[in-house]
Design a protein around this ligand. Structure first.
Ligand code: NAP
Length: 327
């Protein structure tokens, strides 16, 4: 939601905090652990997707400390427990508008107003849509953006996966647990995904590939029945039977609620410097909302921790300045 209008209507309970953290993914919880250990008693607003995108990952195999891998939801729960153990307050709520024009920053939810001396933004990113006919109507009725969430519904069925990156292959491999066949449709003739995932996917007898091809429509009344495919080399078009469509074609950062108050980079992500500082002093950002390059649980966690460390320094410096100016 794009908005510049601050807290449009109603009286709200006011809550003051030294640090408000937006987002309950790896970056947000890591920021909360660091800030809580610095005794800032941070408040973390989870937003609607507790655990972030990591929570929708079946098995995270590259987060150090878990040599056998760990389920994404389970890891998110451990992050939360660790943050709460040190005194972070986790609130299941979402910001609807912000005013970053002065300190305290003012951030509204539906029924509360937070007055924050500093903010860490870790609102993450959301999956891109194909924007083809039938996609919106059939979302939840065969169209999905999360194999871990919806794969179970496709036991013994045939599904199409769109995309050629790590996410597409990882999810295609996951879906083979349930589906009888997984067809990966990719717009080019080579994959962007890492070599290990490619090797696993090429070696999986349930996975087949359709190259140089895009989806132009998702067809079905009440449930997915077919997809319209167009070969980009020959321009041939055909209908292809399938029971489900899983779309993994990249992400868009969740920056809409900041309503143009923060500088963004050329890709639309929040612009930060190496100290996680945004264009507004006192507002820091970490994780996928500010990173389109690495997008890993460990890099997001690291950015969240760094953002909290910088917020702690910012608040300390303000205290020192105040002490020096006060008689
Ligand atoms: P990605 O790397 O940006 O890949 C997106 C894929 O979707 C690309 O193959 C792209 O095609 C295709 N695509 C984009 N727009 C499309 C459209 N309109 N129609 C059809 N196809 C379209 O995104 P991702 O796979 O989500 O990965 C993002 C980042 O997260 C990467 O850095 C990745 O390494 C990381 N990641 C890592 C892991 C892991 O380490 N296990 C797991 C998931 C994600 P082209 O190739 O032609 O551009």
């Amino acid at each position: 939601m794009e908005t510049n209008q601050y807290c449009p209507e109603g009286n709200r309970e006011q809550i003051q905090t030294r640090l408000l953290i937006l987002g309950g993914g790896p970056a947000g919880f890591s920021a909360a652990i660091y800030a809580a250990r610095a005794e800032l008693t941070p408040i973390l607003l989870t937003g609607t997707a507790l655990g972030g995108q990591a929570a929708t990952t079946d098995m995270i195999e590259n987060y150090p400390g878990f040599p056998e891998g760990i389920n994404g939801l389970e890891l998110g729960t451990l992050f939360q427990q660790q943050a709460e153990r040190f005194g972070a307050q986790v609130v299941y709520d979402s910001i609807t508008s912000v005013d970053f024009s002065e300190i305290p920053f003012r951030l509204c939810t539906y029924d509360k107003e937070y007055l924050a001396e500093s903010v860490v933004i870790s609102t993450g990113a959301r999956p891109n849509h194909l924007n083809v006919p039938g996609e919106t109507e059939l979302t939840g009725k065969g169209v999905s953006y999360c194999g871990t969430c919806d794969g179970w519904f496709f036991r013994g069925k045939h599904v199409v996966v769109v995309g050629g990156g790590d996410s597409a292959l990882e999810e295609a491999l996951f879906l083979t647990r349930y589906a009888s066949k997984v067809t990966v449709v990719h717009r080019r003739d080579s994959l962007r995904a890492g070599k290990l995932l490619q090797k696993r996917a090429f070696g999986n007898p349930k996975i087949e590939f359709i190259w140089n091809t895009v989806l132009t429509e998702i067809v079905g009344a009440g449930e997915v029945k077919q997809v319209a495919l167009k070969n980009l080399e020959t321009c041939d078009e055909r209908l292809f039977d399938t029971d489900g469509v899983f779309i993994f074609i990249g992400h868009t950062p969740n920056v809409g609620i900041f309503g143009g108050q923060l500088a963004l980079d050329e890709n639309g992500y929040i612009q930060i410097d190496r100290y996680m500082r945004t264009s507004i002093p006192g507002v820091f950002a970490g994780g996928e909302v500010a990173d389109h390059r690495y997008r890993q649980v460990i890099t997001s966690s690291g950015m969240g921790a760094a953002a909290a460390i910088e917020a702690i320094k910012f608040l300390e410096e303000k205290e020192t300045e105040k002490g020096e100016t006060e008689p």
